[in-house]
Write a protein that binds this ligand. Structure first.
Ligand code: BGC
Length: 759
């Protein structure tokens, strides 16, 4: 169906029929209309597996058996666009074989606090990384003819009061951090649908926020798909229709459809908005129907193998003292901790996958070596016992190396609530302490959806961060532990030493129904870097069994215009004995800026595979946006001309190569002068200086003659620089300098600065 046909079809519908299409038929389907040939399509969660509901007589909430892939928290550590796309493709194929037209995900929300219960479903604290991961996910899914639903738009960064809280965010922070995570994914991957968030942004629910859903999303970013509500996120439905919320999910039993009809009849809602929403619903439904691949087959074993290899490339090696890893098969190896047998591999809530089988590390280890096992703790009860501890300690004592499988149980993090602290269960910490007392070769393998504090970090030789690695997690763990796969994951978020170090700490989860994002732009590494603060593990950090060297950083030019593309090339060499993958990270730093900016910001990453001894050139293309900040005077992205550093690093705290480039801008924003502008501003450009010199010929700062010397001169100059123009009335010994004449001066300054900006 083309647009013209869809419009024609809509014109044949009654207001009641149109309104009815604006909400779901049930929890998972769109509606059809009696007597019309309109398909109903099915949507399902997402995002790291297919959670398709099937109503059975004995269980109305059953879901199909499916493959659980690594969650977004793990996936982002791959820093690998292709790998994420491949996972998306597999998910798209699963949807096709199950008749699902839209997969609900991925989530591009920013990890503002490590406590957000849903961080496991989100990618990163950095918008560039989050958006690129989301775009790759969407491209993969949609390449199979299935739609994605990018969620939760926007600023849904906590679970506490998620359905009513207002995220209070200033314009620049919103643009540069929270919206930027969505922007690239929308523009680049064109998701068929977007799901609005539950929360309010600056006082307005996302589900009825016209600025968000229409002005920004459609008019500015060019989104052409459908906007659906998060499940139950609708407040004022008619207002939502006008704002650009096309589809209410799930069904509201016709209540809101009736309200739409009534509001139109009362003349309070223009019917054209209902038409628009209807068109978007129909476009999606017909598209889903037309793209349906009835012959699609779901090869679960193939997807499981993919899930295993993906997770192996997501695992982050955080510590590897004395090359404790990879494990030598000839050593006596102990696996300790119940997670070796029952790993935590996914989070709770709407993304929960009904898996058929889970590969644990104990079973997977059989592919490699003989290992002995002690349970150590009981996850479900969140406890240990003297007997379990003694057994674990005895095993550790007689083993060459003790690998402890630990992390957060389900009860510690999930959709629906936030964590209240960042600690691991006490029983696990006790176990780790006791094992460390008897064995010097301890490796911790972690299963968690978000950072934890690690009081054991200095006591153990190895730490392996697996996040929530999907149902094949045990296989991936053993592939890495025994060296079949060389770990290449890097952290997509900072691990602070303790919770109170986190910048959102004082304002999370807010007060009553408001949460102030008072830390502004400075979240994650943007904060820790600016404060020069020690962290447990920095953003972008991860070790390998091999080593990489960086050399020959070159820029295509020393000077560019913001409209140009800068090509950055760097050579990476694998200088160790293992083949391996390395993610090369590119950060940009504005060396001088008239606005407050982070120390550096991620603007590129590339993952390369290098055989031992091999070198490769890695190439980045930077557009003007890589240098821009969001300017709240012009309400647009803006490159302030000047010098920028290009930093190439193995992590945000391990910069290996630096070069700099001058970026010019033909559209310099002229300075705007008022009577409140400062003397220093007037004197900051040659023409301004000429104009202002006339005014200040006879200036008298009122300093007494006893104050002389360099200090006094500096003080006078500083005071003058910071003095508003209107104050010249008082400080100029000149009767002709009045408020009226100063207004003329301001006019002249504005004309001169406009001319100056053109140069
Ligand atoms: C979640 C969404 C999910 C939807 C449908 C909501 O509670 O926030 O992420 O897609 O339910 O299950």
């Amino acid at each position: 169906m083309n647009d013209k046909q869809i419009k024609e079809l809509v014109s044949t519908l009654t207001l009641e029929q149109k309104a009815s299409l604006c909400s779901g038929a049930d929890f998972w389907h769109t509606k059809t209309v009696d007597g019309k040939d309109i398909p109903s399509i099915m949507v399902s969660d997402g995002p790291h597996g297919l959670r398709k509901m099937v109503e059975r007589e004995d269980n109305p909430f059953d879901t199909v058996k499916a493959v659980c892939f690594p969650s977004a928290c793990a996936l982002a550590c791959s820093f690998d666009r292709k790998l994420v796309r491949d996972m998306g493709k597999a998910l798209g194929n699963e949807c096709q074989s199950e008749g699902v037209a839209v997969l609900l995900g991925p989530g591009a929300n920013i990890k503002r606090s490590p406590l957000c219960g849903r961080n496991f479903e989100y990618f990163s604290e950095d918008p560039y990384l989050a958006s690129h991961m989301a775009a790759s996910h969407i491209k993969g899914v949609q390449s199979m003819g299935v739609g994605s639903s990018l969620k939760h738009f926007a600023a849904n960064n906590q679970e506490s009061r998620r359905m009513s809280v207002s995220a209070e965010i200033d314009e620049r922070t919103l643009r540069e951090i929270y919206l930027a995570a969505f922007e690239y994914a929308v523009k680049e991957a064109k998701p068929q649908t977007i799901m609005c968030s539950y929360n309010k942004i600056n006082g307005e629910y996302s589900s009825q926020n016209k600025w968000l859903l229409t002005d920004l999303l459609r008019d500015e970013w060019g989104f052409e798909g459908l906007v659906m509500s998060d499940w139950g996120a609708v407040d004022d439905r008619p207002k939502g229709v006008e704002a650009g919320l096309d589809l209410e999910m799930p069904a509201s039993m016709g209540k809101n459809d009736e309200l739409i009809v009534r509001t139109v009849k009362e003349g309070k809602l223009d019917e054209k908005y209902v038409d628009k929403a209807c068109e978007n619903v129909l476009r999606l439904a017909f598209r889903g129907d037309e793209n349906r691949q009835y012959a699609a087959k779901w090869d679960k074993d193939k997807d499981r193998a993919l899930a295993r290899s993906i997770e192996a490339d997501c695992i982050v090696l955080l510590k590897n003292d004395k090359k404790i890893l990879p494990l030598s098969k000839s050593k006596k190896i102990a696996f300790i901790g119940e997670f070796a047998e029952k790993p935590r591999y996914q989070g709770g809530g709407s993304s929960h996958i009904n898996t058929e089988q889970v590969l644990n590390a104990l079973t997977a280890a059989k592919e490699y070596a003989e290992v002995n096992y002690a349970q150590g703790f009981v996850t479900e009860k969140d406890e240990t016992s003297p007997a379990l501890l003694n057994e674990a300690v005895a095993l550790a004592e007689e083993s060459d190396v003790a690998v402890i499988f630990a992390g957060l149980p389900d009860a510690f993090e999930s959709e629906g609530f936030d964590r209240s602290h960042m600690m691991m269960p006490a029983c696990q910490l006790e176990l780790i302490d006791k094992v460390c007392e008897v064995n010097k070769n301890v490796v911790i393998v972690l299963h968690n959806g978000a950072p934890v504090e690690m009081p054991f970090a200095d006591k153990v030789k190895g730490i392996v961060e697996c996040y929530l690695g999907g149902e094949m997690v045990g296989g991936a763990q053993c592939d890495v532990l025994f060296g079949k796969v060389n770990p290449s994951g890097k952290l997509a978020e900072t691990f602070p030493k303790k919770l109170s170090d986190n910048p959102s700490y004082l304002n999370f989860p807010g007060e009553g129904d408001k949460v102030k994002y008072a830390e502004g732009l400075f979240i994650g590494y943007r904060y820790y870097d600016k404060k020069n603060m020690e962290v447990l593990f920095p953003f972008g950090y991860g070790l390998s069994y091999t080593t990489f060297e960086y050399s020959d950083l070159t820029l295509s030019a020393e000077e560019i215009n913001e409209k140009d593309i800068l090509t950055v090339t760097v050579t990476v060499t694998n200088t160790g004995k293992y083949d391996g993958k390395e993610t090369v990270e590119l950060y940009v730093r504005d060396t001088h800026s008239s606005v407050i900016r982070p120390e550096k910001e991620l603007k590129g990453f590339e993952k390369v595979f290098l055989k031992a001894g091999e070198s490769k050139k890695v190439v980045f293309k930077l557009e003007g946006r890589a240098f821009a900040y969001y300017n709240t005077d012009i309400h647009d992205w803006y490159v302030e001309y000047g010098q920028f550093d290009i930093l190439i690093g193995a992590s945000s705290r391990d910069i290996r190569q630096t070069a700099s480039v001058f970026v010019g801008n033909d559209n310099v924003i002229p300075m705007k002068f008022t009577l409140d502008s400062l003397g220093g501003e007037a004197l900051s450009f040659p023409e301004g200086k000429e104009i202002f010199k006339e005014v200040i010929k006879n200036v008298n700062m009122g300093f007494d003659s006893a104050q002389t010397g360099e200090g006094a001169e500096l003080a006078i100059a500083a005071m003058f620089n910071d003095m508003p123009i209107h104050a010249m009335v008082s400080f100029c010994n000149d009767p002709s300098i009045t408020r009226q004449t100063l207004e003329k001066t301001v006019e002249k300054l504005n004309a001169a600065s406009a001319e100056y900006a053109k140069k």
